[in-house]
Design a protein around this ligand. Sequence first.
Ligand code: MRU
Length: 353
Amino acid sequence: MENILDIDTVALDDEAGCIRAIDQTLLPGEIKVIEIREEEEMYDAIKRLVVRGAPAIGVFAAMGIYLLAKAMPQDSYEGFLKEYERASDHLNSSRPTAVNLSWALKRMRGVVEAHKAEPVPAIVSALHDEAVTIRNEDVAVCKGIGENGLTLLHEGDGILTHCNAGQLATVRYGTATAPMYLAHEKGMDIHVYCDETRPLLQGARLTAFELSSAGIDTTLQCDNMSASLMKAGKINIIFTGCDRVAANGDTANKIGTSLVAAAAHLYNVPMYICAPTSTIDMATPTGEDIPIEQRNPDEVTEMWYARRMAPENIHIYNPAFDVTDHELIAGIITEKGIAYPPYSKSLAEIMKK
Ligand code: MRU
C-alpha cells in the first residue's frame, strides 16, 4: 500500500482541469485519490469532509475557484465577475468555522481586483499563480510551525493531540503534527497519544494512521480517556490545531478540544495551539463571535454503527467545533513565532511581522 505521507492531500492538475484529493472519508481502510472538477463537487467535498482541516480547505478553495474561473465566460469583465462572485460565495458557505476558507477566497478575489484592467484570460492566469502560491506557502508555513514547536519538546515527552491537525489537514507536515515529525526526524524519543475524536473519528482514522505510517510511536485512546493519561503523568505537552483564533486568543477547534484544555489546566499540562497566521482572525474579537457549525445528528447516532445506537426521537447535540478560552492556552505556535499571553498584544504583534 502506498504511504499516505507521500501523497499531497490536495494537488492541482491544471492540464486535466481538476484537483486531485485524497478522499479522507475512506481512510484508513482505503487510500483513494479522487478528481474534483465541478463547483458542486467542490462544495460537497468540503461539506462531507472529503477534504478537511482548516489549511487544506483554504488551499483547496483557492485551487477550486481558479478552476471554476477558467471555465467561466471570458468575453466581458462584468459578466466574469458576476459569475466569479457567485461561485466564490457558494464555496465560502460550505464550512463556516474555518477562517482559512474565507481567507483564501478573499486573497483570490483580491487578485481579480488587482488585475481588473487586464483581459479576463490574464486575470485567470494570475488566479492560477495565486493558487499555486497559497499551496506552496502552506508547506513552508507548516514547516515553520514545526520548527517553532520543536523548541518546546524534550527527550521522552508524551504528547497529546486531538482531532487531526496533521498532514491530511494541510498540504504537507500538518500544524500540530509538524513538531512531532521534526522531532522524529531528529531521532528524539517521543510518544504521541491521539484522541479518537468523536463523532467523526479524525484522531483514530487520520492522526493515528498518518503518525504510525511515519513510524512515530503512537497510542490511540477514546476522548474520555485523556484526562486519566494526564493524571497519570503520561502527557508532558499538548499540541492541537485550530480553525480560527480570535483576536483575544480564544480558539475554535474540533469539538472536545475545550474539554482537553480544561483537564490540562487541572493537571498542569501546557496546552499549545498550532496556528498558521492565516487562521488568526483579528476581525473576530472573541470566541463568542466565531460561528459554530451544527452537523447532522446521524453522525452521533448511526454513522459508525451497524445499527442505530440511540433511541429514536432523542434530541441530539452535534456541534462540529468548540471554543477554548484563551486563559487555558499556554501559547499559540505560528510560523512567525510563539504568541504568549496576553494574546491581544502578542497576536497583534505577530500579525504585523
Ligand atoms: O472537521 P475537521 O476534520 O475539518 O476538523 C479539523 C480540526 O479541527 C483541525 O484541528 C483544524 O482544522 C486545524 S487543521 C491544521
